[in-house]
Design a protein around this ligand. Structure first.
Ligand SMILES: *[C@@H]1O[C@H](CO)[C@@H](O)[C@H](O)[C@H]1NC(C)=O
Ligand SMILES: *[C@@H]1O[C@H](CO)[C@@H](O)[C@H](O)[C@H]1NC(C)=O
Length: 178
């Protein structure tokens, strides 16, 4: 299998609802793994199995602790270090992954906003945002969207989409009666 395809399969648990969701954080583990992530990133070993395993399987609170420690210990946000080559698509995917894990509501709100604001809606992007709701609280995204855009998210979706596609998105957003 192509290496990139393999990597994408490894990253799939990120946006699925199968990630382990305990609240407890192991600080020893956070420190060890922050160090490991930093080593791999310094060596530009971005598709290293261990790096992927950490990002793909640790609970969100555990990743958050690891990334906080990473910043304290090494002086930079992991995402700054992952910007070494801004054109590299795999690095962009890793950065999105990190944002998605650490600030999921804000990340998805921004993705929804960008998808809607493009001339004509990017239907693929909008569907991805709405369809990953299993992982995140759509209400938080909708509130954040309204706060920033002064328009309710469902109104923006309704204005920007048509037909069955609109019906499907609105149904997912919780408006079965359209
Ligand atoms: C925390 O992680 C370390 C390193 O993996 C492990 O040795 C230790 O048993 C863990 N502690 C708890 C309470 O799970
Ligand atoms: C992650 O850590 C930051 C800084 O300690 C904290 O403000 C934030 O609420 C944490 N987020 C999660 C999802 O645990």
């Amino acid at each position: 299998m192509d290496e990139k395809v393999h990597i994408i399969f490894l990253l799939l648990p990120l946006v699925s609802s199968y990630r382990y969701e305990g609240d407890e954080v192991n600080l020893t583990l956070a420190k060890t793994e922050a160090k490991l992530l930093h080593e791999k990133i310094s060596k530009k070993a971005y598709s290293d199995d261990e790096l992927i395993r950490i990002l793909a399987t640790r609970s969100k609170p555990q990743i958050n602790a690891t990334l906080n420690h990473y910043k304290d210990e090494f002086g930079k946000d992991i995402n700054k270090d992952l910007k070494a080559d801004p054109k590299d698509e795999f690095l962009a995917l890793l950065r999105s992954t990190v944002k998605c894990l650490v600030r999921s509501e804000r990340y998805f709100e921004k993705a929804a906003r960008l998808a809607i604001n493009k001339r004509g809606t990017d239907e693929g992007a909008l569907t991805r945002v709405v369809a990953t709701r299993a992982e995140i609280d759509l209400k938080i995204i909708a509130d954040e969207y309204q706060r920033r855009s002064s328009v309710p998210l469902d109104k923006a979706v309704a204005k920007d989409t048509t037909g069955d596609y609109e019906k499907m998105l609105l149904a997912i957003l919780g408006h079965d009666d359209v």
